[in-house]
Every structure is written in C-alpha cells, then in structure tokens.
Design a protein around this ligand. Structure first.
Ligand SMILES: [Zn+2]
Length: 461
C-alpha cells in the first residue's frame, strides 16, 4: 500500500489505493450520473435541496476572493489582489481520534498577472481576526508539501518554492484544527504573502500580503455512522488529516470543476497477529488474511448503485497502466444513501470481491446498519486487498463532494510509526511498528485519522 500522493491529477495517474472514478459503470438508481453534480451548490440527483454540500458551499468563490469587506455600511474597499483566492467546498468540522476538530478543505490560488509569482506563505485565520496566531500556516518546504501547481511540468529537480507562472493556478490543502466544536469559527480568511521577482506593473508591488478567499464554515454535522468492518487492528491508509494523502490529493476535473469526493476516504487493511499486512507470497490473495472480510452497511439506508463486473487484480503490483477505464478504478462497489438530520449522505464501499456485492444487495433495496453489502476484495485500481470507504454528497463516487464522518464507536490501538513503515509493511511484508506512547482506548463519534490502527465493530443488524 503506497502512502504518498502522486503529483499528477489522480484521474490521470491514480495512486494504487486511490479510487478515482466509478461513475460510468454504475447502475445508479434514478439519475444520470455525470450531469447530476455540475456544481457544489447543486445537490446531486437523489440528494435533497439541503444536501450537505449545498449548505457548506456558501458565497461564490469570486465574491469571496477579494479582501474582506468592512463592517460599515459603505462598499468594501477596493484592494488590488494580483493573487486571487477561492474555496470551492467550504469546510465542515469533524472530530478526529486525537480529539481535535478539523476543517479539511482546499484553497485555489490564481496568479492574475502575466509574470511569475512565488507564494511565500499561506495562513488561515478566523474571519476578521488579525490578532494572535493563525489557525494554520504553511511556508517553505511545508507549503510545497501541502500544495500543487496545476499544469507544472514534472522536472528532475524538485521545486524549491511554490511559484505560479502568469495565469497559473495552485492548490493548497488545508486542515486547521481547534480544540472543541465551540472553537470553530463561523468563517475563515486566508492571508497570502507572495512576491514577484519583477513587479508586473506599477500598481503591484514586488511583495504583497493579501487577505482573501473568505469562506463560511459549514454547520452541517459530520455523519455519525457505524464501522463498515469488524475485527481488530485495522489500519487507516490514506485517510485525513495533516497530510496530502493519495485520497486528499485526488483532485478530479469533472463537469467543469474540481471534485474531491475522496477527501475523507480511507483504505482499510487489517494487520495479522504478527502486525503484517500479508504473510508469504505477496502476489497471492490468500496471503492477506483479511481478504474476503464481510463489509457492512454503516447506516440504515437504500442501495442506489451496485457495480459488480470486474475480477480481482493480482495483488502486489499496480494494474498495468491503461488496463482500466476511468469508470473501473473503483472496481466492484456499492453506494448506499442514508439520511441524518434531514441531510442525504452517500456511503461508498469499493474494490469489492467479485460477486459479493450483487449477491448481498440490489439497487433500490432498503438495508439496515450492519447488513452485509459485500466482501473485501481487490478489484479495480488496487495493488492489495483493501476496503476503500468514503462518504459523499451525491451518488456518483467521482463527481461528488467528499464529506466528513465519524464512527459511533471504535477502539484506538495506536498509530503506525511512520508513512515509511506502512510502505515497508505493504511492500515487503514487514511487521508494522506502532508509534510509542500513541493514543489508545475506546472512542465515540470520532473520525479515524491517517495511520490509526483501530479495533472496529460493525453494527448488529
Ligand atoms: Zn482508496
């Protein structure tokens, strides 16, 4: 299991455990999949008018991209901002297993001039607040690790700065956190410091600091769900937060905008008694003891899609490049719609064992939390058996907005020692060491974080 995100668009160069697309092959009930999610403010087919994304997508990016307006009655001051900022999907708070309340989202920066600009730092602040430490700030190598310049040509030399050529767009992945739900600001500002090697014109200084891209914070609560798996020592691969994992980096241009359906997706693999992901022949599905594990519905709901036509991949390597169509990346899968607090959510269970989904459920079927929806497999774009699971605001696993969720109960065993340790466990069968002094014990209503090792219990139907 690879943990590092690739710098290219996931749609075009997906990471091994990355589910980038399943739209075309779905048997999505009652909708035409692709046109249904044209904009984050338009609920996907099957969603309600007050779907989570609708509530969380507030002002249009262009309206919030200028400097914050004043509090007086007159028009806002006009501030020249050669770097434009926008947030397409307003963040929704979610509590992680470290107790922090995270706001995970993306900031798009555009160089509105014709000369290169280097982004020196990006800071997140509560809207209207100029005092105190920012909620999150990146500069230097940290900013490089948290950002991607769209259209940048890969080069042998690693970039040393986030530089946007004239007209170029860059993305910064942000996930500020606060101590309690009560500390979540109503809105966020972004303070961007940038410099031009050559001032683009007399109106623009060589160095600028802008406060831009005010975005409201969604008040829609994270979905509270049961675990889709049961058993001890499940490892969270590629989940949120505090890094741009393959899932968070899956920035897919679809239907005229970027979609990040996998923002909170997790690839689940289970450690055996020796803390290995597999034992023996890496290319044999039988070496992965958890292969075929039952996968359970996370909530009462309705099955809206079942796709079950693909074989398992041989484990141990990525599927050959070009061997999968875009709509086959998720392998065999089930999508379930469920409702909480008047909001529709969609649960996506992917890479299922061939035949297991269609044997368990059918489109239109009402199911209960804990019902089996399939078995863990290795179909689609997968190099080792795992369950890819995420929650989104529409039925299309690709053209949706990824939403946060929490498990009603789980038990923390610990955390993997490092991303490299996960790669070694997946790559060579090494035992996975856990970080010393890591968090342990039972939790309620928390989202598993990247690299968590947890004991899980599905609902009892
Ligand atoms: Zn995945």
């Amino acid at each position: 299991m690879r943990t590092t995100a690739r710098p290219a668009l996931s749609l075009l160069a997906a990471s091994a455990l990355l589910v980038a697309c399943t739209s075309g092959a779905s048997t999505t009930a009652g909708s035409t999949a692709l046109p249904s999610a044209l904009a984050s403010s338009t609920p996907a087919a099957g969603g309600s008018a007050s779907a989570p994304s609708s509530a969380s997508s507030s002002a249009p990016p262009s309206a919030s991209s200028s400097a914050p307006d004043g509090t007086g009655s007159g028009p806002a001051a006009e501030v020249l901002t050669p770097v434009l900022g926008a947030v397409d999907d307003s963040p929704a708070p979610v509590t992680g297993t470290d107790g922090r309340v995270y706001l995970a989202y993306e900031l798009y920066l555009t160089n509105a001039t014709s000369t290169p600009v280097t982004i020196d730092s990006v800071a997140v602040r509560p809207a209207g607040s100029a005092d105190g430490a920012p909620l999150q700030e990146f500069s230097g190598s940290d900013l490089l690790a948290r950002s991607r310049v769209i259209g940048a040509t890969p080069s042998a030399a690693a970039p040393t700065a986030m530089t946007l050529q004239g007209g170029q767009v860059g993305v910064v992945w942000l996930d500020p956190s606060v101590a309690t739900p009560g500390d979540v600001p109503a809105a966020l500002d972004h303070v961007v410091a940038a410099g031009f090697a050559q001032a683009p014109n007399p109106l623009v200084p060589a160095a600028v600091t802008e406060t831009i891209a005010r975005t409201a914070v969604s008040r829609v609560p994270a979905a509270v769900i049961a675990s889709p798996l049961s058993g001890d020592r499940w490892l969270n691969g590629n989940g949120c937060c505090n890094a741009v994992t393959a899932h968070r980096g899956a920035l897919n241009p679809i239907n005229g905008r970027y979609h990040l359906a996998e923002r909170f997706a997790i690839d689940w693999v289970q450690l055996n008694a020796d803390d290995q992901i597999y034992r023996g022949d890496k290319t044999d599905l039988a070496s992965y003891a958890y292969y075929g594990a039952p996968i359970h519905a996370v909530a009462d709901g309705e099955v809206v899609a079942v796709s079950d036509s693909l074989p398992d991949q041989p484990p141990g390597a990525d599927p050959p490049a070009g061997s999968l169509q875009v709509d086959q990346f998720g392998g065999n899968y089930v999508v379930e719609r469920f409702t909480q607090n008047g909001q529709d959510y969609y649960a996506f269970y992917a890479h299922l064992k061939p035949g297991s989904g269609s044997a368990a459920v059918t489109v239109g079927q009402q199911i209960s939390a804990g019902d089996q929806v399939g078995a863990l497999g290795n179909s689609g774009n997968s190099d080792a058996p795992h369950l890819h699971f995420h929650v989104m605001d529409g039925p299309n696993p690709l053209a949706s907005n990824g939403l946060p969720y929490v498990f009603d109960a789980l038990t923390m065993v610990g955390r993997a020692a490092s991303p490299a340790a996960i790669d070694a466990a997946a790559g060579s069968g090494a035992a996975l060491p856990l970080a010393t002094g890591g968090p342990t014990g039972p939790r309620t209503d928390q989202m598993p974080l990247w690299m968590d090792v947890v004991d899980l219990q599905a609902a009892q139907p």
